[in-house]
Design a protein around this ligand. Sequence first.
Ligand code: AMP
Length: 292
Amino acid sequence: MFSFSELVAATDDFSFARRLGEGGFGPVYKGVLPDGQQVAVKRLARHSGQGLEEFMNEITLIAELQHSNLVRLLGCCIQGEEKILIYEYLTNTSLDAFLFDSTRVYLLDWQRRINIIEGIAQGLLYLHKYSRVRIIHRDLKASNILLDESMKPKISDFGMARIFGQDESRANTKRVVGTYGYMSPEYAMNGIFSEKSDVYSFGVLLLEIVSGRKNTVFVSSTNLSLIELEHAADRPTMSEVISMLTSDVMFLPDPKQPAFYVSKSESGSSQAEIRSDRGSSNCVSITVMEPR
Ligand code: AMP
């Protein structure tokens, strides 16, 4: 536990000059502890949609985890109205700051990109398979991948993560949380989440890392957005992804019919076409969710 006054001292009273960024939780500041250690200080904003529940979720979940591709939580502060999380500081902040920046993107050569992809895959495999509790992250995206001084990736932000029982294969929620563009169709439309929803987000992230483009601007010549071509059953597990990334020779099955297709009308509503048996198709309307 950190005291509020320790964090005031570490961040120059949460000065604007120390701000590293802002996520759904609130602003993040760079801090320096009395022993010289650099830290990232995440202060829950009063207006934050993510409240005490996500705060406690982050603390209890991340305390169970230890992997070099996951950001390390050093402690927290709960004092009066203040709720603050303290993490190891990662010099190169987040992946989106490189990938979508016209100057910094040139620092991401192919070797760095493959290292980042492999690191994220290892972190995710650990969450799904090798950690003490099985975890679905549910909000994997470029801004939640932090980079250390050697550009090693670390998955952050466990506010939305869920523990899964060993024999649980999927769960249903009425409260769909996450980020539009990275959410699997079955999760966005029916609230069904599983390891495969993380695999979907990983796939979107992988396309972004390889292409350097945001998922929202992926439109091919047939006007079909690439992120709408995935089907939960066709997605690999993270073990298979690691095997694909680390093998020189890999058998790839022929691509199948897209499972899902969305076209947007000018009013902003979407027509979704779902091919349930890969032959016939149904059309349904869905509500478009706004990014946070
Ligand atoms: P988040 O609320 O986790 O989305 O964080 C918002 C932004 O703050 C991120 O996109 C990063 O730019 C920055 N940030 C968060 N955590 C850290 C950290 N541990 N080290 C350095 N920068 C961070």
